[in-house]
Write a new protein. Structure first.
Lengths: 117, 148
């Protein structure tokens, strides 16, 4: 009886998980922290993964993104980070670190602005 | 009786407040010099260290359970650095760590097993969830007063 119940529970959990994946069940969150004065949104922000820009820049703050479920992919969180960077007025998001788990993916980077136009 | 209830409620609230915060942090001085706690604005170097100044200690903050984002964690990192007397922070590492956590929930079932009697079985059902910890680690730094 116990064995039957365990099998039924496992089937329910598996079905729920499969349904979630197939239906595109996912969500995300983004965060930012300003080091100083906030800036108006920019046209586009470049993303530098594990790297620094090769031009002079000033640090404006930190931006962070987390994707869950079907949004827990590296391309998706990098896109979230770039969009959040643009909203925060960053010219670029530098020193980006992406960490992938089983069901979620995290990315964090430094919002920078170019010193020279 | 009322006093007893209030006492238990306060104890439970205290335990909850003490044990359920998702933020933990530490600061380790790396110099013998003890400096007074600083307050106010602090300089932040998140991509590379400044060319001047000296290290006062190592600081780290870690958050989970909904308190795992920079908005919550960075102020705690600043507080830790200022506790060592720093007027600047160098952020050396920031990122996430994941771990799978399995918890067991006991389910009890009753079924008839004789005339006017019931028997019970207990099953421990494992549930595995993934937890994320966001970590910020850096150095408490002292810039010379004349430095910008």
């Amino acid at each position: 009886m116990t064995r039957v119940r365990r099998a039924a529970q496992a089937a329910v959990i598996a079905a729920a998980g499969l349904t979630g994946v197939l239906s595109g069940c996912g969500y995300h969150e983004v965060h930012h922290l300003d080091f100083g004065a906030a800036r108006a949104a920019r046209g586009e922000a470049e993303v530098f993964v594990d790297a620094l820009p090769d031009r002079r820049f000033a640090e404006l703050g930190l931006v962070e993104a987390m994707g869950y479920g079907s949004e827990a992919t590296r391309p998706h969180v990098l896109r979230l980070l770039r969009d959040e960077g643009r909203r925060q007025g960053c010219d670029g998001v530098a020193k980006v670190r992406v960490t992938e788990g089983q069901t979620m993916t995290h990315a964090i980077g430094v919002c920078v602005s170019w010193v020279d136009p | 009786m009322k006093r007893w209830i209030v006492g238990v409620a306060a104890a439970v609230a205290g335990l909850g407040g003490a044990g359920c915060s998702g933020v933990s942090s530490y600061a380790v001085p790396t110099t013998a010099e003890a400096r007074p706690v600083t307050r106010g604005p602090i300089a932040i170097f998140a991509t590379r260290p400044p060319g001047v100044g000296r290290e006062l200690g190592v600081v780290e903050v870690r958050g989970d359970r909904g308190e795992n984002n920079v908005e919550v964690l960075f102020p705690e990192l600043v507080r830790r650095a200022q506790g060592l007397g720093a007027n600047a922070i160098i952020v050396d590492w920031m990122g996430a760590r994941f771990q799978l956590v399995t918890t067991y929930v006991t389910q009890t079932s009753l079924f008839p097993c004789g005339p006017r009697s019931f028997c019970g079985t207990q099953v421990a059902v494992p549930t595995t969830t993934e937890e994320v910890h966001v970590v910020l680690r850096g150095r408490a730094w002292l810039l010379p007063e004349e430095a910008p």
